[in-house]
Design a protein around this ligand. Structure first.
Ligand code: GLN
Length: 491
């Protein structure tokens, strides 16, 4: 067996037992990147030499008998919107094409502390705006299951890299679905933590009240492992929350007898593809066999999630992206005047989806429209959150977790939705509410479409209750083999 077949938990185990060295593992994945990534385009930067150096450091530590970290020798790919000191951080945008970060994001510091090996940066929709990774200024990432299709987005590079076994795990960011939706479309596991669980320090901001970093991996144990390594309070992020981090790996071993799983009736609608609906219904039966109680619940404000998100996220984006003016960061276009320089820089530096969002957001925040759009959207956001509170309340529906499809459809063809932004936006219709409510969600593989494309199911949990969605996901995975299937791209 080639070393790149190993999962993160296997790698840690074998390295600690000295059955394999971190250097050998890293080399195996770097070789795999060289041979396979030209077909997938998952990576925008690969740290060929630096990754080997990091791995050699880990080997030294292990050979000297020192205690090694939780992720000792595990290669990790990072979405290119997280800062690594001395490395380019582009957000797949022309405006940051040559931007070199002067500091490490907190999650990078934590990965290093836990002896992970950072192997490179992955492609994404520009500034994380999109659902297909087609909005990258550099290239389109392909879905390893069908190279004519998109991998989902915006963390498409991170999901495709794990699916194609070119990195055992990766980090993505999720603002409205960008970890869960590409994980679903690439047949891997993706977790969006509760808002505040993982530090955002060093994550380039898109919509600050929604953005969260999270792991993408091949199975639930690897997700639990990475989550436990990067979670926790950070004084550099004022929105991070000082709550203890659970032992997620231990939690996934527990059973789910008596767990109440809510099925929201608003998520089982005609717009859901038939194959997706069938895979989800079949999965519900597996949860029943595992001893869970299934209960219909109602999240009546679900129908407003898309509209609310597309007011709040662009509003925050328009403010966050004001900093790219050609003076402080990245690209600058010349002009005879200061205002001309701003205009030319932003016109040439941003792609069309980013400009569309800046215009939408600026409009929604402008005086006279603020109350009608932005403030109204914030109020409806609270109603969406209240829906979940009622569903989870023991005096109400009493659900412990909520089960839904992750995406209404499997991976679509490259170019199929680029001409119609609204159709593209619809891709995240089932992930947005969880983001707006600030709670946690995980997507796990649950079947395949008649065309052989992966389908994912989403489990949504209460705030800071990642352990329960992981436990349910882990139990499901023990009964199924969808996550063990690997796309055939070696030819
Ligand atoms: N697809 C959604 C958007 O385009 C969500 C993106 C994300 O989660 N970063 O905004």
């Amino acid at each position: 067996m080639e070393l790149y077949n190993l999962t993160a938990t296997d790698i840690v185990d074998k390295i600690k037992k000295k059955q394999v060295s971190a250097r050998e593992i890293t080399k195996s994945f770097l070789e795999r990147i060289k041979s396979i990534d030209p077909k997938i385009n998952a990576f925008v930067s690969v740290y060929n030499e630096d990754a080997v150096k990091q791995a050699e450091e880990v080997d030294k530590k292990i050979n000297s008998g020192k205690e090694s970290g939780k992720l000792a020798g595990v290669p990790v790919a990072i979405k290119d919107n997280m800062c690594i000191r001395g490395q380019k951080t582009t957000c797949s945008s022309k405006i940051l094409e040559n931007y070199v970060a002067p500091y490490d994001a907190t999650i990078i510091e934590r990965l290093k502390q836990e002896d992970a090996v950072i192997i490179g940066k992955t492609n994404m929709d520009e500034f994380a705006m999109g659902s297909s990774t087609e909005n990258s200024a550099f290239m389109v990432t392909k879905n390893p299951w069908d190279l004519k299709r998109i991998p989902g987005g915006s963390s498409g590079g991170s999901a495709a890299a794990v699916s194609a076994l070119i990195s055992p795990v990766s980090l993505g960011s999720d603002t409205g679905g960008s970890i869960r939706q590409p994980a679903s479309l690439c047949g891997v596991v993706g977790l969006k933590p509760t808002y505040g669980r993982i530090s955002r320090y060093g994550l380039i901001a898109f919509a600050s009240s929604l953005d969260q970093i999270g792991p993408i991996s091949r199975n639930v144990a690897d997700t639990a492992l990475v989550l436990s390594a990067i979670s926790g309070y950070d004084r550099k992020d004022s929105t991070s929350v000082d709550l203890p981090v659970d032992d997620y790996l231990a939690e996934i071993e527990k059973d789910i007898k008596g767990l109440t799983i809510g099925l929201p009736k608003e998520y089982f609608v005609d717009a859901v593809d038939k194959d997706v609906e069938k895979a989800i219904r079949d999965s519900v039966k597996i949860f029943e066999k595992l001893g869970a109680k299934i209960k219909e619940v109602s999240l009546p404000h679900t129908k407003y999630a898309l509209s609310v998100y597309y007011i709040i996220a662009p509003s925050e984006a328009s403010a966050n992206l004001a900093r790219y003016d050609g003076v402080k960061y990245g690209y600058r276009a010349d002009s005879g005047t200061l205002v001309g320089m701003y205009e030319n820089t932003r016109s040439a530096g941003f792609g069309s989806e980013v400009k569309r969002r800046i215009m939408l957001g600026t409009y929604a925040l402008s005086s006279g429209y603020y109350d009608a759009y932005y403030l109204k959207a914030q109020k409806v956001r609270t109603l969406i959150k209240n829906d979940f509170d009622r569903a989870f309340n023991p005096a109400g529906a009493g659900a412990d977790i909520i089960l839904t499809p992750t995406s209404p459809f499997a991976a679509f063809r490259i170019g199929e939705k680029t001409a119609n932004p609204l159709q593209m936006y619809f891709s995240d219709v089932f992930t947005l509410s969880c983001s707006l409510a600030g709670i946690c969600g995980i997507s796990i593989p649950c079947g395949f479409s008649s065309e052989g494309l992966p389908i994912g199911l989403q489990l949504i949990g209460k705030a800071f209750d990642e352990k329960t969605i992981l436990k349910a996901a882990g139990n499901f995975q023990k009964q199924t083999d969808h996550h063990l299937k690997i796309p055939n791209i070696n030819a």
